[in-house]
Each structure stands twice: as structure tokens, then as C-alpha cells.
Design a binder for this molecule. Structure first.
Ligand SMILES: Nc1ncnc2c1ncn2[C@@H]1O[C@H](COP(=O)(O)OP(=O)(O)OP(=O)(O)O)[C@@H](O)[C@H]1O
Ligand SMILES: [Mg+2]
Length: 1021
């Protein structure tokens, strides 16, 4: 064939040996560089079209993880100024040509060519998981190559940065991409900072080349346009290393988990091989699944000296090295090290063969050809003939070698072994039947060994394929325990990481590592949201996704927008493709194990086999594209009607927000928030309500958005009150209510303003400000009655009664109850209102029942509480039910029925705890603690009351803490504690606080407790 540039002779290599033009044909499926006239990819078998197919329309922009390299000639202005224009152009052009040629050797794509420099992409347009390492090798290589130009050399400097970029195709050439993003900016700035001959790398790159690159830190550097300093390193050297060598040398290994079956399979094969039945075992699994670890667990446990291990280790770079198998095997058979040259190996070969009993003068030419001794070797002939020749020489050598001691021929990362070596290996295996040899491969599913294809998996005679499955959740948790800690406080974090990593050990390690790096673990309370996907993990997954044909990638990305579970009908509605094309794409994605299909009543549901694949596929879309796709999903979900909408309101809220369809986002988030709070899931409710507020804030201000904004804030106040997440709660509530009040004033709506007052009034009681609570609730009650708002009236009355009750003004409370009980019993009055978290009529009736009981009207009290209970059962939430039960307990106590009270209160306490309704715990404890003391259970009472007081203190629930104090004083003073000083100290504090705040019943109860202490002291021991 001819070089397309200079028209010269037939060539088999990747570069024209006449003009240096790159001749390779890059496979768009697996990135392998092939001969320019290849019809099929030598690596993956993909057929090349007459000219490589490019999409008709420019491909949409993509977000990708890449490494960007900037190189330029230092002082080019002076060079140009000091030379004739033509000479200067030739000089600069010569150096840039050498740079471009060198970077292409490592898969770099020259994206921009300036007069005195280049910008090069690694990992794009086709992703490569080792993009950062490639950029480092390329930088070192081109500096060396330029250095080798002698008098034509010019000083060069380089900057490298890895990270996300937005890539938009602008033409049909491989370099025709517009690149945007801060990654390119940093690389360019680093280059400008570099001294002549220096390569500066960003920390994002360094992280990806640990164990491969040698660097020196230059400390923090401020770069123009960046907010903070960057820890910059200078690249000194790099060594291509197999992934296992990097992983096992840079960090200590995690404790080994599971895999006992697989270990046993490999050991059984070893046993057979040792007995002279040659075996072949392939360990197949996705990147990071633990193939190498499994193999090394076996090797490390071998009895010393019994086996010889020949290691053939590959890297992504070695795909382009033909017959690596031959050189790597010979190097070890003759006893040379990786640092010895091929000439050394060639020199050692004849004596080594003689030692094995071969005639040293036999024909070694097929081997010598690969040891750089071309002169001694005749032409290799056709590939088939050459392979046959190699087998003829190598097989007897290996057989004799294995005759001395059993041999393990370990081929690590077989998927990266060059195609000629892979063929040779298969031929050798068949030839070496009966040798004491175990051929052990590790490989990713994209290239299974020849013997694995027929049966796919399992064991067949002397060959066996072990498919490594993901770790189970339990094993993942055990492994993570060793990495982040086994504490129960970390269990939620471990569960989250386990779910994200999907059973891939490497991903588990990388997540743990990045959490440690971010300092998240040291802070003790890791945030479960937004755990970033480590760049290393992203790189591996993005590379897999990028190898998909365009159409399949599009379907995968669309599916990622739909969700982890992808119903066929929804995908079909969104993907905008003919059904047959979609079905084909899904079949291919299933075959590639990106998706798994599950038959379901409404058609097949696909789900992402790996949560991370979904996340990474999603990340490759631009925000604008995601928005459009989310919008389509939203419309599709809305189409079937309201019944459907209600069942998936969470989904609708998610898609509407991601589509930036703010009115819908606010509506669905509000509905999802209310649903969550009805289901007593306050944490979720809070998130949705905040989302609703954010969505409302993005809309123009209208009376409607204002009213909705208030409702959302009041509802948020309600769920926050049921949460006890301590820090900042009170501030949050105060701020929320202040905002709501401000909005209500802005809207000029008195009923709406009154709702805010009710809400605030109820909170003020709890925070211990009774005069404030009474004033605000009373005003609100008048406003509500005037405005004819029935649920609002009931809510305001409830808030006012509560404040009176805390103050011990039972007459005042009864007056308000009597005036409003009719409204509280009317259907209209029993509707929910956003002003209070409990259904207002339930709160109202609870107080009515309890106060009746407390003034001795037990029958009346019992019947009103029964009313409250039936309302709670028909319309209330779990939160409302707890409120009824706790007041029922109070009523039993008022009636002197301690046993009944204890029963209902114990049950309620358990229920409130189990449903994380800690808000109610202090109220329950104050009643139950007193009842336990009365029945001699002082130890339990003290424990419970101390816990409840601490909880109330933590959340600044002053009123509730005061309720707990009198019984706690009693518990401290009683047997077996007799802790009188503590009891007195607490009594003093309580008296002071309760008197100041006007909590008269607490003052009375504290005095009674003190009298009890005095009586105790007076009593004879
Ligand atoms: N069973 C296991 N128990 C504990 N750690 C494991 C286990 N399997 C793998 N690991 C750890 O996970 C990481 C990835 O494993 P390994 O390098 O063996 O993956 P691999 O399948 O060979 O990946 P690649 O395809 O990239 O070569 C390693 O650090 C390894 O120590
Ligand atoms: Mg490996």
C-alpha cells in the first residue's frame, strides 16, 4: 500500500518511514490503532466502513472527562523577530511537527495548532481510561524528541490538566472539536507558568497517575481566573505500569473478602497442571472487579520455589506492541529483568536454550526477529506462517522449561494484549497439551479467550472460564468496613457507597479513598448526598460508554435521564426513534451488560446494571440536553392522567425540576412534600418543600406564587418541628416564618398573614415565650374569625389553648375551647391547614379532652378524646396519632388510672421512636417518667427523663424541657439514686426558669417535688 502523504512504498507500521506521517486507522469502537488499509479492527473485529462512518449531522455536544495538554515554544516572538519570516516559520513548524507526531503515538488528538504551540486532547473524541497517563507519556516523549532535533531544537514548555470538558464537533476531522471548560483554561495557564523544558501538571491529573508518574511538588500556585490556589506538580518521569502493579504498590490492600469458590477453581486447576495435565483458566470480569486480586491471592499462597511464574503484563499502551508475548516470555525464560535491553535478551537466548538441552545452533530466527536481530532473520512471511514458525520454536522451549518445574504463564489484562500475541497464545495452548503448565488469564468481558466463547462460562475439561460476579451487599459492607470503619454511625454511609459502587471492589476503594481525601470521614457526620464519583471510576465507565456506537449511546443517555429503572413505554415516548431501532439498541445494550431487561406487565422494564453507569451516562449529557429530555419525560408521565400522576409525584417533581419547568416543579414538589409528611417521612418532606420554595422563588411574583410560597414555608415549619435535627433548627424556623410573614404582608392578605401568626404562635409556646405566643395567637384567632377561615380559626384556637395550658390558665383555655368547639367539629373546620403541622381539629380536641380530664370531668374528656382518635384514624398522620395517644395517657393519669396510662404511653413512646418522631418524646417522657416513679421504676424513669431533657435542650424546646424537670427531680431524689444535690440544683434552675417564663404548673410541680424530697429526708432511714 501507499502512504497517502508522500506516495511511498508498502508499509506495515503505523508511520510512513519516508515522511513520518501517521498511517494508523483508529478504531472508533475500541480506539486501537490499526494498519491504514485494515478492513477490520485487529483488536475488536469491528468492520471499518469504506471511510470511517461519521454521523451525518454534527454530533451533539458531549461532556467528557479528558486530559488536555498545551505545549508551546518559549520565546517564539523573539525567535520570529530575529529570523527571516520563512526560516522562522520552518523552524517553528519543524518543532511543532515533532511534538504532534509524538503526542499522536500516545493517542493524543491535536485539537488546535497555534503558530507556536498546540493543544492536544487525550481521552477524546474516544474515551480512554488512562487519558492522564497517556498525556504524561506524550509530554515526556515529545520533549525528548524535540531535544533530539539537535541544532533545530527550540525550547518547549508544557501544561497538563485533567477533568470535564464540553466537546462540540465542528467538522469531519478527528481534531475538529470545540472544547470548553475550566480544564482547558487551567492547562493553558499552567503551560504559560512553566519554565523552558518543564511540564507542569494540575492536581486533578496527578491523582490519576499516582504510581505511574514521578513528580515534584511546586506548592500552591495562583492562576488567573481561578478562585483559589492550585497545588501544582512538575512532571519528572513516568513509567508504564500494569494496573495491578499500580494498585498494589500505591496503597495497602483491602482485606480480602469472598471469592472462595473462585479460589478453589483456580487451585483445582493448579493441582491438575502440577500433575501434567496442562490447564487454561481465564478470570473474566469488568474493570476493577477483582481479577488480579484473585490471581495474586493464589500466587501469594504458593509454596515457595515450587512453581515458576512467567508474567505477561500488559497496559493499554501495549495493544500496539506486536508479539509482546514473545519478548516478555523470552525475557523471563532467559533470566533477564525488565531493565535489560532486547539485545541482552538475544545474547542470553542461545546459552539459556542450551541449558534446557537444545542445540544452540538451531534455527532461532523467528524469535530473533522480535529481539531486534532483524539482520539475523529472514523475512517473517505471512502472519500465519510466522505464527506457525513461532509455535514451532517456542512450544518445545516452554515444554522443556515446564519439565524442570511446573509453570504458571500469567497473562494479566489479556484484553490489552496485541492481537498477534493473542492468536499465538491460543496456538501455543493447543500445542502444549500434557505439559506441567497453567495458563492463567485475567481479562475484561470485551475479549474473552478463544476457549471461552463456545461455552461462554464454566468449566470444560482442561479449560475453564471464571466469570467474576459483583460482590454482594454484605461483602461490600464488610470490605468497606475495613476501609472507612465499622462503626454503626457509618452504616448509612457504607450503605450508600455500597449501593453506588454496585459490588465492584475497585469502586468501593476509590469512593472510600475520595471520601477520606475530602475529609468527609474525619468530620464524623458525612453528608450522604452528592458523594462525587471519583475521576478514576468515571474514567473507566466513560471509556466503556464511549466505545458504543452513536445511536446506542444516545439510547443509553436517554435511559439515564428516565432513571435507574426504564419502562419501555416511557423510553419509547422520549427517545424519538422508530420502535425497531430502539429495540435493536436495547438488545445491544443488554448484550453489553449496560442494561438488564425484566419482563413486567406494562412491557419490558430495563434497569441499569450498575448505578454508576447511569450516573456517568447522565453526566455525559450537557445541561441543556438534559433539560430537554427531562421535559419530554415529564410530558410523557403527565399524559396518562391524574391517577398515574399521583402515584409518581416524586418522579414528576424530579423531572419537572430537572427540566426547569418551575410552575410544575413547585406544584409537584409541594405535593410530594405533603405526601411524604403524611407518610411520616419528615426528612424527605423537608427536601421536597425546600425544592418547592426554590421553584416558587424562580417564578415571577404574583399573588398566587406568594400564597404558595407561604404555604410551602409553613409546611416546612411543620415538618421541621417534627424533626429533631438539632443544629440551627430554631434559626431556620424563625427565618422561614419571618420570610412567610414578609410575603403575607406583601400579598396584603389578612387570612394568609394570620396563618403565619398561628404558626409562629405555636412555635413561641414551645420555645418558652408564653406572652408572645398568647398575643400572636389571639390576634390570629380574631383575624381568622373575621376572615371566616374555619380551619384557620381552629388552628389559631389550638395555638392559643396550648399557650394558656402551659401557663396554667385552664379557665382561659376552656373559654377559647368552648367558643370554637362548634367550628372544630364542623367538616370545614376539620380540614388541614398549612399553619399547623398537626391537623388543627385534632390538636384542638386533644387539648379539650385532656383539660376536661384534668379538671375532673372524666367522661366528657374521654368522649372528646375518642372523637380526636377517630378523626386521627380517618384523616390524621402518624404524628397526629401520637398526639392523641399521649393526651390519652395524660387523661388516664388525671383519672388516677396509672396502669392504663403506662400501657398507652409505653406503646406511644416506642412508636414515636420507631418513626423518628422525637419531637413528641419529651412530652411522652414527662408523663411516663412520672408514672414509672409512682410505680417504683425510678431507674428507668431517670434514664428516660434525662434522655428526653437532653433532646429538648439540644433542640431548644424550652417548654418540653420544663415539663420533664419535675419528674426528673423526683427520680433523682428517690431510691436508689438519692442524688439530693443534683435534684436540688435542678429544682432551683427549674423554679427560676419556669417562674420567669410563666409556666405556673411547672412551678407548682417543682415545689411539690421539693416537698417530697423534704419528706424523704425527714422520714426515718
Ligand atoms: N475480594 C476482594 N476483597 C477485597 N478487595 C478486593 C477484592 N477484589 C478486589 N479487591 C481490590 O479492588 C481493587 C481492584 O481489584 P483488581 O485490580 O484485582 O481488579 P481487576 O478486575 O483486575 O481490574 P482491571 O480490569 O482494571 O485490571 C484492588 O485494589 C483489589 O485489592
Ligand atoms: Mg487487573
Amino acid at each position: 500500500m501507499q502512504c497517502p502523504s508522500c506516495g511511498e512504498g508498502a508499509l506495515a507500521g503505523q508511520f510512513c518511514d519516508k515522511c513520518g506521517v501517521s498511517l494508523d486507522r483508529l478504531c472508533m469502537s475500541c480506539t486501537t490503532a490499526n494498519r491504514p488499509d485494515a478492513r477490520f479492527c485487529a483488536q475488536c473485529g469491528q468492520a471499518f466502513a469504506a471511510s470511517q462512518p461519521l454521523p451525518e449531522a454534527p454530533a451533539p455536544a458531549q461532556q467528557k472527562q479528558v486530559t488536555i495538554l498545551f505545549a508551546d515554544i518559549c520565546g517564539s516572538t523573539e525567535i520570529v523577530a530575529s529570523m527571516d519570516a520563512e526560516d522562522a516559520s520552518l523552524a517553528l513548524g519543524g518543532v511543532l511537527h515533532v511534538i504532534s507526531t509524538a503526542v499522536r503515538r500516545f493517542g493524543g488528538v491535536v485539537n488546535q495548532r497555534m503558530g507556536d504551540g498546540v493543544m492536544v486532547l487525550f481521552g477524546a473524541p474516544v474515551a480512554a481510561e488512562d487519558h492522564a497517563a497517556r498525556a504524561c507519556f506524550a509530554a515526556l516523549a515529545h520533549l525528548a524528541d524535540v531535544g533530539g532535533m539537535g541544532s533545530r531544537a527550540l525550547p518547549v514548555r508544557v501544561g497538563i490538566c485533567s477533568g470535564p470538558v464540553i466537546l462540540r464537533r465542528t467538522g469531519r476531522d478527528e481534531g475538529d472539536y470545540e472544547v470548553a471548560g475550566v480544564t482547558a483554561h487551567i492547562a493553558a495557564r499552567l503551560e504559560q507558568r512553566a519554565d523552558s523544558g518543564a511540564i507542569l501538571i494540575a492536581p486533578q491529573t496527578l491523582n490519576l497517575v499516582i504510581g505511574i508518574a514521578q513528580t515534584e511538588p511546586l506548592g500552591p500556585v495562583m492562576l488567573k481566573g481561578l478562585a483559589g490556589p492550585l497545588e501544582v506538580h512538575r512532571l519528572l518521569g513516568a513509567r508504564d505500569q500494569p494496573s495491578w502493579a499500580v494498585r498494589s504498590s500505591t496503597r495497602s490492600l483491602s482485606p480480602f473478602v469472598n471469592r472462595s469458590t473462585e479460589l478453589a477453581q483456580v487451585r483445582a486447576a493448579l493441582h491438575q497442571a502440577a500433575g501434567g495435565r496442562s490447564q487454561a483458566v481465564a478470570v473474566v470480569g469488568d474493570a476493577g472487579m477483582g481479577k488480579s486480586r484473585l490471581v495474586h491471592e493464589v500466587l501469594d499462597a504458593l509454596p515457595p520455589g515450587e512453581w515458576r511464574v512467567l508474567r505477561i503484563e500488559t497496559t493499554a499502551q501495549s495493544m500496539a506492541v506486536p508479539y509482546l508475548l514473545v519478548t516478555a516470555t523470552l525475557r523471563q525464560v532467559v533470566g533477564c529483568t525488565p531493565d535489560d535491553t532486547l539485545a541482552d535478551v538475544a545474547a542470553h537466548l542461545p546459552p539459556a536454550l542450551a541449558a534446557l538441552g537444545f542445540d544452540p545452533l538451531g534455527d532461532l530466527s523467528p524469535l530473533m526477529l522480535h529481539l531486534g536481530q532483524d539482520d539475523a532473520a529472514p523475512d517473517a512471511g505471512t502472519p500465519d506462517a510466522h505464527r506457525t514458525a513461532l509455535v514451532r520454536v517456542l512450544a518445545p522451549v516452554l515444554r522443556r522449561y515446564a519439565g524442570l518445574h511446573p509453570v504458571i504463564l500469567l497473562v494479566e489484562d489479556f484484553h490489552w494484549l496485541d492481537a498477534s500475541s493473542a492468536d499465538l497464545l491460543d496456538a501455543l495452548r493447543q500445542e502444549l497439551d500434557g505439559a506441567r503448565l497453567l495458563l492463567l488469564l485475567t481479562t475484561r468481558p470485551e475479549r474473552r479467550p478463544g476457549w471461552g466463547e463456545a461455552d461462554g462460562a464454566g468449566t470444560g475439561g482442561d479449560t475453564c472460564v471464571i466469570d467474576l460476579a459483583p460482590l454482594t451487599a454484605a461483602h461490600s459492607d464488610a470490605m468497606l468496613g475495613g476501609l472507612v470503619g465499622v462503626g454503626t454511625d457509618l452504616a448509612p454511609l457504607r450503605a450508600l457507597v455500597t449501593a453506588r459502587a454496585g459490588g465492584t471492589p475497585f469502586f468501593l476503594e476509590e469512593f472510600a479513598h475520595s471520601l477520606r481525601e475530602q475529609g468527609t470521614l474525619a468530620e464524623g457526620a458525612p453528608s450522604l448526598q452528592d458523594i462525587d464519583i471519583p475521576a478514576s471510576v468515571q474514567g473507566i465507565l466513560a471509556a466503556r460508554i464511549d466505545r458504543l456506537p452513536l445511536l446506542h449511546r444516545h439510547v443509553l443517555q436517554t435511559a439515564a435521564v428516565v432513571g435507574r429503572e426504564v419502562p419501555w413505554a416511557l423510553l419509547a415516548a422520549v427517545a424519538d426513534l422508530p420502535a425497531a431501532a430502539l429495540a435493536d439498541a436495547l438488545a445491544a445494550l443488554r448484550a453489553g451488560r449496560f442494561l438488564a431487561g425484566l419482563a413486567a406487565p406494562g412491557g419490558t422494564v430495563h434497569s441499569f446494571s450498575h448505578a454508576l453507569t447511569q450516573a456517568v451516562a447522565y453526566d455525559t449529557l450537557l445541561r441543556s440536553d438534559r433539560r430537554v429530555l427531562h421535559g419530554r419525560v415529564l410530558r410523557a408521565l403527565e399524559a396518562p392522567g391524574p391517577a398515574h400522576a399521583d402515584s409518581s409525584v416524586d418522579e414528576l417533581a424530579h423531572h419537572a425540576a430537572s427540566a426547569e419547568a418551575w410552575p410544575e416543579a413547585a406544584r409537584y414538589a409541594m405535593a410530594a412534600g405533603e405526601r411524604a409528611s403524611r407518610r411520616s417521612a419528615p426528612t424527605e418532606a423537608k427536601l421536597y418543600l425546600k425544592a418547592a420554595i426554590a421553584a416558587l422563588d424562580r417564578q415571577p411574583t404574583t399573588p398566587e406564587t406568594i400564597t404558595r410560597g407561604i404555604d410551602a414555608r409553613l409546611a416546612l415549619r411543620g415538618v421541621s418541628a417534627s424533626l429533631t435535627d438539632a443544629a440551627g433548627l430554631q434559626d431556620l424556623l424563625q427565618a422561614t416564618l419571618a420570610e412567610a410573614g414578609h410575603l403575607a404582608e406583601q400579598a396584603g392578605d389578612r387570612v394568609v398573614l394570620a396563618r403565619v401568626y398561628v404558626s409562629r404562635g405555636a412555635m413561641l409556646s414551645t420555645w418558652g415565650d408564653l406572652p408572645g405566643a398568647i398575643e400572636l395567637s389571639r390576634t390570629a384567632l380574631a383575624m381568622m374569625r373575621a376572615g371566616g377561615d374555619r380551619p384557620g380559626t381552629v388552628g389559631a384556637a389550638f395555638a392559643l389553648v396550648q399557650a394558656h395550658w402551659y401557663a396554667g390558665d385552664l379557665d382561659g383555655a376552656r373559654q377559647v375551647l368552648a367558643n370554637n368547639i362548634g367550628i372544630a367539629r364542623s367538616p370545614e373546620g376539620q380540614r388541614r391547614s398549612s399553619a399547623t403541622f398537626v391537623l388543627p381539629a385534632i390538636g384542638f380536641l386533644c387539648y379539650a379532652g385532656r383539660i376536661n380530664a384534668e379538671v375532673g370531668q372524666h367522661d366528657e374528656g374521654r368522649s372528646i378524646l375518642a372523637e380526636a382518635r377517630s378523626l386521627a384514624l380517618s384523616a390524621g398522620s402518624a404524628f397526629d396519632q401520637v398526639l392523641v395517644d399521649l393526651n390519652q395517657g395524660a387523661a388516664w393519669l388525671a383519672a388516677g388510672k396509672t396502669a392504663q396510662a403506662i400501657e398507652v404511653l409505653e406503646h406511644t413512646l416506642h412508636f414515636a421512636r420507631a418513626n423518628t418522631m422525637e419531637f413528641h418524646v419529651p412530652s411522652i417522657a414527662s408523663l411516663l417518667g412520672g408514672a414509672w416513679i409512682d410505680t417504683g421504676r425510678t431507674i428507668e424513669a431517670r434514664e428516660l427523663l434525662e434522655e428526653a431533657s437532653a433532646l429538648a435542650d439540644r433542640n431548644r424546646l424550652v417548654a418540653k424541657r420544663l415539663l420533664c424537670s419535675p419528674p426528673l427531680i423526683r427520680a433523682l431524689a428517690a431510691a436508689p439514686h438519692h442524688d439530693l444535690p443534683a435534684a436540688r440544683a435542678l429544682a432551683d434552675r427549674t423554679l427560676h426558669d419556669a417562674t420567669l417564663r410563666g409556666f405556673h404548673p411547672v412551678v407548682r410541680q417543682t415545689r411539690a417535688a421539693l416537698a417530697e424530697i423534704d419528706a424523704l429526708r425527714a422520714a426515718p432511714a
